[in-house]
Design a protein around this ligand. Structure first.
Ligand SMILES: [Zn+2]
Length: 486
């Protein structure tokens, strides 16, 4: 290493260190003991540094998550104490929100972790039932204004195990840098195996009897992870965990619910009628959820840019399915046609940016359908302009590389639009559909790749033209047309 280079290296290193110290001073550290009995958690906690207590009088918990409400009502029997262990009086403001008379340093409370009535919540919040449960510190521990790291000790029944990607520092003791991202699977009678996928390690936990074998589950996770690692040119975390659980038997065939939090994927499903369908659907679930390890979990982007990480997850997953010969090109076109029908039927037209702000107030379908169609249109525009040399993959890779977890925190919509706007061919798409609320009029875009769209009785159907020209055939090939022949 030459001398000037070495100096630059050291100064970069020193700068990184300063940033590190700065960001640590913004964080809160707590220690907690979580004792699990039946369907309750008894939690005792304290600030690791008692000097941090001076202004903290709010003791509050996550009240809703996605469309799951009333989470605060699960918290009861709250006690707060000062530095010397004297009880601090408090009053309950609303469910999950308490106000202390003065600063507090430690606390205890009970959290009712009975299985949520709405079973789709099983993938998204903490619960305990029978011989297993999921503990998500984001709803189990109190919320403070700053990012909170924690040292957690679990007390479980002796025949229960605990699984997590967080750092294990003792038996049932873990340290986590961000409680919002920490997930723990607890219980017994599940199957667990560590698999190598791309350059990463994935801990796979399988619970319940399935038509799909454990080997097939492992292979599916492995091949998709490796595909994405190559697509994005890197991976955000070192260790990952995937939990595949079964809904209770009374849940109807085909239902599933998933959550990707930090480096954890939690999926609950009911079985399909045939094994081939079950394997197909597992592939689809993992293509979608694994995408979320990169977007949004692997980037330092903030705000409501759901249109991007949901819509583009759907489209990337669909295109990956064609590339991996999991679906036919006709299925690819059918799905896009359906998304177009759904988007056309929306009574209130919204731009993607507006829809993302209102995702849990009726705009969820638009976030997905319109987001997916926009990703497709961007892919076509890039393919057409570059004569097939560039595609959406380059854009996804650029956004990931530019905004990975080491990059400064940036607003998601701004960061993504800045990358898209460097490509002139994307200008109209950005104005009409991402920032604007126009109907998706795609005839001209489709013509470039030799695809025809027909809408009858509010239903859109896409098909490849009877006789595409050479250039159209080339671009169709890039999208995976005739892929099964290779
Ligand atoms: Zn998603």
């Amino acid at each position: 290493m030459s001398k000037p280079l070495k100096t630059i290296f050291y100064s970069v290193f020193a700068f990184a260190l300063i940033l590190q110290i700065f960001s640590d001073s913004q964080a809160q550290t707590v220690e907690a003991k979580i004792k699990i009995t039946e369907s309750n958690a008894f939690v005792e906690g304290k600030f690791t540094d008692a000097n941090q207590t001076k202004n903290v009088t709010n003791f509050s918990f996550l009240k809703s998550y996605t469309n799951i409400e009333n989470l605060g009502a699960r918290v009861s029997d709250v006690n707060l104490f000062d530095k010397s262990g004297q009880k601090v009086n408090h009053k309950k403001l609303v469910d999950g929100e308490f106000l202390a008379d003065s600063g507090f340093a430690s606390w205890n409370y009970k959290s009712d972790l009975t299985m949520p009535k709405n079973l789709s919540a099983m993938a998204h919040v903490s619960w305990i039932s029978g011989e297993r449960g999921i503990l998500m510190l984001g709803d189990l521990l109190p919320e403070f204004t700053e990012k909170t790291s924690a040292k957690i000790t679990f007390e479980l029944s002796p025949d229960w195990r605990i699984s997590s990607v967080e750092d294990r520092t003792g038996e049932n003791v873990f340290e986590t840098a961000d409680v919002e991202k920490a997930v723990f699977y607890v219980g017994k009678n599940w199957r667990e195996r560590e698999i190598a996928a791309g350059s990463a390690k994935i801990n796979l936990i399988m619970s319940g009897e399935w038509q799909v074998s454990d080997d097939e589950m492992a292979n599916t996770a492995r091949e998709i992870f490796a595909f994405y690692e190559k697509l994005f040119g890197g991976k955000p975390f070192e260790k990952y965990q995937i939990f595949l659980g079964k809904f209770p038997p009374d849940i109807k065939t085909g239902r599933w619910e998933a959550e990707t939090r930090g480096a954890n994927i939690t999926i609950f499903s009911s079985e399909m009628n045939f094994k081939t369908q079950s394997l197909q659907r597992l592939h689809e679930q993992l293509r979608h959820e694994l995408f979320h390890f990169w977007f949004p979990n692997g980037v330092n982007l903030a705000g409501n840019y759901d249109w991007f990480y949901e819509g583009f997850a759907l489209y990337a997953s669909l295109k990956t399915a064609v590339a991996m010969n999991r679906i036919r090109f006709e299925d690819f076109l059918d799905t896009l046609g359906r998304a177009h029908s759904i988007d056309s039927l929306q009574s209130q037209k919204r731009s993607l940016i507006e829809a993302s702000k209102n995702r849990w107030n009726g705009a969820n379908t638009q976030v997905y359908a319109r987001g997916m169609l926009t990703a497709f249109l961007i892919d076509i525009a890039l393919l057409q302009k570059s004569k097939g040399r560039n595609s959406l993959s380059e854009v996804l890779r650029e956004i990931y590389q530019k905004h990975n977890l080491f990059a400064p925190r940036t607003d998601g919509n701004t960061g993504i639009l800045n990358v898209l706007q460097t490509r002139k061919e994307l200008q109209t798409i950005i104005e009409r559909y991402i920032k604007g609320a126009e109907n998706i009029a795609w005839q001209t875009d489709l013509e470039a790749i030799g695809i025809e769209s027909e809408t009858k009785n509010f239903t859109t159907k896409l098909k490849v033209k009877a006789d595409p020209n050479g250039r159209q055939k080339d671009l169709l090939g890039k999208l995976g047309y005739n892929n099964w022949r290779k």
